[in-house]
Design a protein. Structure first.
Length: 453
């Protein structure tokens, strides 16, 4: 048993007893898989058509709090139900869990209308806009994360202190050190590949205990689905082997952060629309417009690439995380890196997103900006050359959540592309995150001022 399933395949597995559980999942605002475990027989009898979940799942935070201020749902509205509609094209086995299959769901109201602020719907909306223009989007994401010696439970019980990565030194491309980590990484690669996710490979990243997982490019929605399932798998498989994994972008001020770069290109009639052999770098005029949109509206959509307070701790000089809204050719100091120049593989890599991004939201927002660039026929500025950290003329990436929230709220581009209700919904999510942080007394404040203040 391996790979993706059609519904008849699932019924066969249920009938012969090899599958007894189906995970029925939505993707929440934070990019997590949330949902129910169905007895497999109940799923094939009725659950495959639809089930239900509480509306608060798309109006909560990482702690599952129920903050006020959301128009979509509230205590006043009684926190009713959404319909979870399984997308049977995403049905697949979960090889690291015995007798288990998984399906992703779209989120609908009781009239079978898509919930506009649900992450999958947001990405589908931008894909539909591209389709109307005659294009499709191909994307790939890089997943960076840290593995730790101890388990999630041990680290939590220890107050998240004395965190020790699984290795003792920078393991960037290091085969010896990553061999020591194969207890987690080998089953991760193999299990994901077995469930139909096109894993290319993994490598040590530029810190102790830091890993990168690479998945082959695919159509935008499939890319986001693959990313979310893979991120979930990292945590579960690490847990099964007694280790913890974190996608926190900056878990230590003394170590580099974790990113999730997004590669993207547009296609038309089966051909790469960003490629033009007769232009410099083989970069088409369409690609110029698209990249110019990414750059012009970067501040507007930064929240969708960096949604938490911690996200902004990663943006630092000399860290391989960008600080300026700049594009360059094959230059890892720039926010937007032109990759595959002079070839049909030409694409733009956005290096702003952190490992904590929700891939549906980040991809949707970037597509919206790129589409706007095409519609406005924006002119792409000249490529930057050199160390982008030293540039003094280009705009900064928003430097904190408060600034990113304000840019999101004031974005006419995103309001036109996504709707006022969607922008207001995620503005409230950003506000709540900031409010929760603002009322928190940190260890740094206490140690700094307890005696000396």
């Amino acid at each position: 048993m391996s790979g993706t399933l059609n519904f008849d395949d699932l019924k066969t597995h249920v009938s012969d007893g090899s599958v007894d559980t189906v995970l029925v999942c939505i993707v929440d605002m934070q990019g997590r898989l949330m949902g129910k475990r169905f007895h497999a027989q109940a799923f094939v009898e009725s659950g495959h058509a639809e089930t239900h979940c509480c509306t608060y799942l798309l109006a909560t935070d990482l702690e599952m709090a129920t903050p006020g201020g959301y128009a979509a749902t509230s205590w006043e509205q009684g926190y009713g139900d959404y319909t979870m509609k399984p997308d049977l094209d995403t049905l697949r086995l979960v090889p690291w869990l015995e007798g288990t299959a998984m399906v992703l769901c779209d989120v609908l109201d009781h009239h079978q209308k898509s919930i506009a602020h649900s992450p999958r719907a947001m990405l589908k909306t931008q894909i539909a806009r591209l389709t109307e223009m005659g294009f499709s989007a191909t994307m790939a994401t890089e997943l960076e994360f840290f593995l730790f010696e101890k388990s999630f439970d041990d680290i939590r019980k220890g107050g998240f202190r004395d965190l020790n990565p699984i290795s003792g030194y920078n393991e960037d491309y290091n085969i010896l050190q990553t061999t020591k980590e194969e207890v987690v990484m080998r089953p991760l690669r193999n299990h994901l590949y077995a469930m139909g996710i096109p894993i290319e490979g993994s490598k040590g990243e530029a810190e102790a205990g830091q890993e990168e997982l690479n998945i082959k490019y695919d159509e935008a929605l499939a890319c986001a689905d693959h990313h979310s399932i893979a991120k979930h798998a990292v945590k579960e498989i690490a847990w099964q082997h007694g280790h913890a994994a974190t996608f926190l972008p900056k878990w230590s001020q003394d170590r580099v952060g974790s990113s999730s770069h997004v590669h993207q290109s547009l296609w038309k009639d089966g051909k790469p629309a960003f490629f033009d052999a007769d232009r410099p770098n083989s970069k088409s005029e369409l690609m110029d417009h698209y990249m110019a949109g990414l750059i012009k509206y970067a501040a507007d959509y930064t929240y969708f690439m960096a949604p938490y307070i911690n996200s902004y701790k990663r943006f630092a000089k000399g860290s391989f995380a960008p600080t300026k809204v700049i594009w360059s050719v094959d230059n890892r100091t720039a926010a937007y890196r032109l990759c595959g120049a002079d070839s049909k593989a030409i694409r733009v890599e956005c290096r702003i997103p952190g490992s904590d991004m929700n891939p549906y939201l980040a991809q949707a927002a970037m597509l919206a900006a790129g589409i706007k660039g095409i519609e406005e026929k924006l002119t792409l500025p000249a490529a930057f050359s050199g160390d982008a950290y030293e540039d003094t003329t280009s705009a900064h990436i928003p430097q904190n959540l408060r600034d990113a929230k304000d840019a999101l709220h004031g974005s006419d581009m995103l309001r036109a592309a996504m709707g006022d209700d969607v922008v207001d919904h995620y503005t409230r999510a950003a506000e709540w995150e900031q409010e929760e942080f603002d009322r928190t007394v940190t260890d740094w404040e206490i140690s700094r001022g307890f005696e000396r203040a």
